[in-house]
Structures are given as C-alpha cells and as structure tokens.
Design a binder for this molecule. Structure first.
Ligand code: ADP
Ligand code: ZN
Length: 622
C-alpha cells in the first residue's frame, strides 16, 4: 500500500462490533429497539477508538452512548461527573439494567470506597463514576495505571469552560486526561454549549481529532406555551388541576415567592414542596427526595433546583416568573420529558415583571456582568413577546435553523393566542400621552383614559382634556395591558428614574395617524381541542396505568431507588397499551431488557393479567 505508513494502516477504523452485537445489546441490556438520533454514530466512533465530543440536548440519551460501549468493550469505562447526586442515580440506573457499575466520591465511607477499589482492581467493573478532583490525586492515577481502562467519559463537559454557566475549576485538571490515557478514547458530553463554549471545551480538553456531533437541540416532545400572567395563584391552581398526579416543577425567582406559592398550593390540597437555597440542607434533601420518589407531585423552586436530578418523568415545567436568560429557559424547560414522552413548558409572562428584574440587575456591581444580565433579559422579553414559532426562535438562538415555518407544538403555531386589533384604543392612550406632553407615567395615563376623578387628575386639570374618560367602558387592567403591549412593540418607551414617564418612539405617530395598526395578543385560558390532543397521545388504559404506577412505587421503595429507575413512564404506558401477557410480550415494551424482565416481569405481568380478567370489556385485544 504505497503512501501509507504502518501507523496509518493500523489507525484505519476497524469495525470491531457487528450490527447483531450492537442491536442485540441495545435490546437485551437496555430494552430498546432503536437508537435515538446520533447515538449509533457516537457509539460506532467510540468502538473505533476515536475521541468524541457530543452536544446533545437533555433527554437526548447521552448515557446510552457510553454505557453501551462500556458493556461491549473489555475493561472499565471511567466516567467523570460533577455531581454526587447524579452519580448515584446513574449507577442505580445502570445496575437496574444489570451493568456492573459503581461510583467513588466523598459520600462513601472509607470501607465502601475500598470495596469499590477492589472491584476496580479485579477488573470486574464495566463503569466507574468519579468526581473530577480524584484525578488530581497521584495514588488514584497510579491505581488507574494498573487496571484496564476501556474509555474515559467527561460528563457535563461544559463545566470546563468559563464561558458556560457552570464553570468548575476542578474540571480544568481534566485537560491532562489525553496524556494520562494515550491509548483509549476520551469522550466529552454536554447538553449546553453555544459554539463559543464548544470551541473552548475542545481547546481545553485537547481531544485528538475528535468525532464531533452536535445533535439538534429540538426537543420534539416538549410543548412550549407562554401565557399572559394575570392572577398567578389562580392560574397555577388551574394548571395543576389540569395535570393531576403529574410531576412538575414551578420556577419562581425569589425564596419568598417560592415559599408563598408552595404554601398556597399545599392549602389547596396539592402535594407541593418548596426548594431554595435558604432552606437547610436536610430539608432541601428531603423535599428533593420526595419529588424524585413520586411522593410529592410538584416542586416549587428557585433555579437552585434541578442540576442534581435526573428524574425522567417530569411532565411539566412552569416558569411563574421570567427566566434569567434563554439558556436558563432552555435548560430549565429541558428538565421536562427526558423520557421522550410529551411534556409541557409553560411560562407566565407579564410586562409588569420586568421592572422587578431590572431592579435586581441594577444592583449588580460588576459592569460587564450587569450588561450581560441586561442583554440576557432583553432576549427573554423579546422571546416571550414575539409572534414567531417558539421552537424556531429557540433553535435560532442556538444557531440552529429549524427547517419548518411552524412546529405545531407551541402556543404560536396552534394559534391559541388570539390577536385583536387595538389600534383605536392605542390611539386613545397615545393621545393622552401627547396631550400631557409625555410627562406622566402609566397609572396617570390610564386614569385619564378611564375618566378617573382622583385628586391628581383635578390638580392638573386633566378632566378637561378631550381624552378624559374616552375609554371608560373598558377595565383598568385592559389599559395597563395595552400600555405593556405598546412598550413591547416599541411604540412608546418609559423614561428612567423614580417616576418614569411614557414618551413617544418613532412608531407612535403612524399609529396616531392611522397609518399603522396595533394588534394585541389575548391569551385564551380555555384549552383548545388541539392542545388536549397533545396531552393525550396514544391510547392506553389510564386506570391500569395508575395501578402499574403504584406497583412501580412499591418496588422502588423496597429497593430504595427512584420509581423511574424501575421503569420509565414510557414503559408503563406501553404496558397499559399493549397489555403484555407473556415474558416475550414484555420484552417488546420499550425499556424492558432481560435484567428488568427477570427482576420485575412477573409482578407486572401478574398485575396486568389480573386487571384484564377483572375488566374483560376494556382490555379485549383487537
Ligand atoms: P441525557 O443524559 O442525554 O439527558 P439520558 O441518558 O438520561 O439523557 O436518557 C434520557 C431517557 O431516554 C432515559 O429514560 C433513557 O432510558 C431514554 N433513552 C435513551 N436512549 C433511548 C433509546 N434508544 N430508545 C428509547 N429510550 C431511550
Ligand atoms: Zn411552533
């Protein structure tokens, strides 16, 4: 072979694993028939001993990308993961599929640690999770020298970048991994990386001609919905009533509002618990555990919540206040529906929240930080105010072009927002602003339009204005809303200072002259038929589903693991739809591999059989 050196010939990718072996393991160990997008390419690259860098959204199925090769390759796969709580979850989940997995971190006693190290030294582990700081310990590095390491995984790789939102100095030491493990693939995974962060990660980790994958950030099972925030308590209660027994997170900005909302929901009989950094550690842990174990349905939390949890069956995420940035919004909503089942992301948005956030931003001392926060806020506001498909806007933010005009899975595309022409009403407001020489704030302008008889109106003689009382047949609230809308559409603006006055922007004059229209979005609170359909995809027996859920909970409690590790919501739904009668039937349920069949198959099959006997009509097989 002229022109090719010996090294190049042996470096030729060799397919070590046949399709039968690959798909066989997928089915046997994980219980899945197909790969999610990009999983197969990543796995094949790893099996060809290539370094890999993969950006995949939350719920994209990153774990499988390395757990499957970890099973197939001889030796131990080292996973570096930043969070203790996640390690345990990942290990529980791998073990539930029969994979030999363990973790090493400070939560283990010295005795437990030495047991794990023994397993490692005897090469009996497929997977070992460890925190990054361990790699700075010489004796740990030496020990790794004595074992057969099959590959290295850096989970949450964005933690190495100062540009990301989760920088961890510990992660910087990971740049020596490629020298420490010259002969095995080093792979890095993250769910959040703008192109800038991506480049930074690649530079810092020094991966060797890595196979790079940027999966689509489109979370197709998430429904994005932004609603007008009117009466937050009432809206939350309605939302929870519409989602009985479903797990969800409600994000709020302040600790105080978290407490208030949680207390309010508890008083209404919902299983809701608070979570924020002001609670003591025990309480935080207790509340988080209750949520993970399906004992509380709803967690009301500040953004301190979510990083350390892997709960896959979260069915809704509600932002009751403005998120800090689009990245935050994407990450926080991303915690819904990791299992791939439909989930809702609802933001309650009101222009009147903006001053509060501005106030906090103004207290940031560092100027660059302050500017960054302000720009981020403005992007969130324009995201919430736009009439373009939410999905398209979000993907656009991450530099991805959504190939369609409509996604049909957001409030904009489904047209659940009703647009009404408010040009005449806008003219009334603008006229009031003009006639008072752009010197008054929103409250006073509304008072003029509704014909208020308060002292300030008389003091200024504003009861003699032509616009005084022209809008008295509409509510104060309507006028406030319209002012918000005019601000959002940049028809008018608000001056800085203690008493901000409304003033004209360029667009105001054309509106007054009837040359431009003003439309306002009215949000219908009623469910549309279409939206209902999204929530109820697939036909399955709901009563049976609830029974299966109860059994899952019981088995999970017996073993001290979260319910979603026993079976995912998807698996239970499949069972309630397919009504498996035999172990073979059971294997065709998504997420049921051989180990899970052996562990839980009988109990679930018994329950299904009993249910079918008791409900012959409902469960007749076609
Ligand atoms: P990530 O770490 O990317 O957020 P996970 O690895 O936790 O995602 O996977 C999310 C969910 O998707 C898990 O419940 C997992 O079992 C499921 N999953 C992963 N791969 C597949 C697949 N090929 N088919 C069906 N479900 C899958
Ligand atoms: Zn859309």
């Amino acid at each position: 072979m002229p022109g090719l050196s010996y090294e190049e010939i042996i470096a030729e990718p060799q397919s070590l694993v046949s399709d039968t072996e690959l798909y066989g393991t997928l089915q046997k160990v994980f219980g899945f028939r197909e790969f999610r997008p990009d999983q197969e390419r990543i796995i094949r690259a790893i099996l060809e001993k290539k370094d890999v860098f993969a950006v995949m959204p939350t719920g994209g199925g990153k774990s499988l990308c390395y757990q499957l090769p970890a099973v197939l390759l001889p030796g131990t796969c080292m996973v570096i993961s930043p969070l203790i709580s996640l390690m345990k979850d990942q290990v529980d989940s791998a073990r539930s599929n029969g994979i030999h997995a363990a973790y090493l971190n400070s939560s283990l006693s010295a005795e437990e640690q030495s047991l794990v190290l023994n397993d490692l030294l005897s090469n009996s582990l497929d997977l070992l999770y460890a925190a990054p700081e361990r790699f700075t310990l010489n004796h740990f590095q030496e020990m790794l020298g004595q074992v057969n390491i099959s590959m290295v995984v850096i989970d949450e790789a964005h933690c190495i970048s100062e540009w990301g939102h989760d920088f961890r100095p510990d992660y910087l030491s990971l740049s020596s991994l490629v020298t420490l493990f010259p002969a095995v693939p080093v792979t890095a995974f993250t769910a959040t990386a703008t192109h800038k962060v991506q480049q930074d990660i690649l530079d810092k980790l020094k991966l060797r001609s890595p196979f790079i994958v940027r999966a689509s950030f489109d979370r197709t099972n998430l429904f994005y919905d932004i609603r007008f925030k009117e009466n937050i308590s009432k809206q939350l209660v309605t939302l929870l009533k519409n989602n009985p027994n479903k797990a969800g997170i409600i994000y709020r900005t302040s600790r105080k509002s978290v407490n208030e909302t949680a207390t309010m929901l508890q008083a209404k009989g919902f299983r809701a618990l608070p979570y924020h950094a002001g609670l003591n550690e025990d309480e935080r842990k207790k509340n988080q555990e209750a949520f993970i174990r399906d004992e509380a349905d709803v967690i009301v939390a500040t953004i301190a919540f979510g990083m350390g949890i892997d709960k896959s069956n979260i069915r809704f995420v509600i932002h009751a206040d403005l998120p800090k940035s689009i990245e935050n919004y994407y990450q926080e909503t991303g915690r819904a529906g990791r299992d791939g089942e439909p989930a809702q992301c609802i933001m309650l948005f009101s222009q009147s929240d903006i001053p509060k956030v501005r106030f906090f931003i103004d207290t940031i001392v560092d100027e660059t930080e302050r500017t960054r926060a302000l720009t981020a806020l403005q992007k969130v506001i324009s995201f919430a105010s736009t009439t373009v498909c939410r999905r398209k806007t979000l993907l656009d933010y991450f530099g991805e072009t959504y190939p369609h005009d409509k996604c049909n899975s957001c409030d904009i595309c489904l047209g659940t927002r009703e647009v009404v022409d408010c040009t005449v009403e806008a003219q009334m407001l603008l006229s009031a602003i003009a006639r008072t020489e752009e010197r008054f704030g929103a409250t006073h302008i509304v008072d003029i339009v509704i014909g208020s008889k308060n002292k300030k109106i008389y003091d200024f003689g504003h009861d003699r204005l032509k616009t005084w009382g022209v809008g008295k047949d509409r509510s104060k609230k309507f006028w406030r809303l319209l002012i918000d809308e005019l601000l959002a559409q940049k028809v008018i603006a608000k001056s800085e200072g203690l008493y901000p006055a409304l003033y004209f922007l360029e667009k105001a004059v054309p509106v007054l002259k009837n040359e431009a229209k003003v439309e306002m979005v009215r949000i219908q609170e009623k469910k549309t038929a279409k939206r209902k359909r999204i929530e109820e995809t697939g036909t399955y027996d709901n009563d049976l589903f609830e029974l299966l859920r109860a059994l899952r909970k019981q088995l999970a409690d017996e073993q001290g693991i979260p319910p979603y590790i026993v079976f995912s919501d998807r698996s239970l739904r499949d069972m309630a739809a397919l009504l498996p009668r035999s172990p073979e039937d059971m294997l065709s349920v998504s997420g049921v591999g051989e180990v899970k069949l052996q562990r839980y198959g009988k109990q679930f099959l018994d329950l299904i059989r009993r249910y079918c006997e008791e409900h012959p009509e409902q469960t007749k097989q076609p």
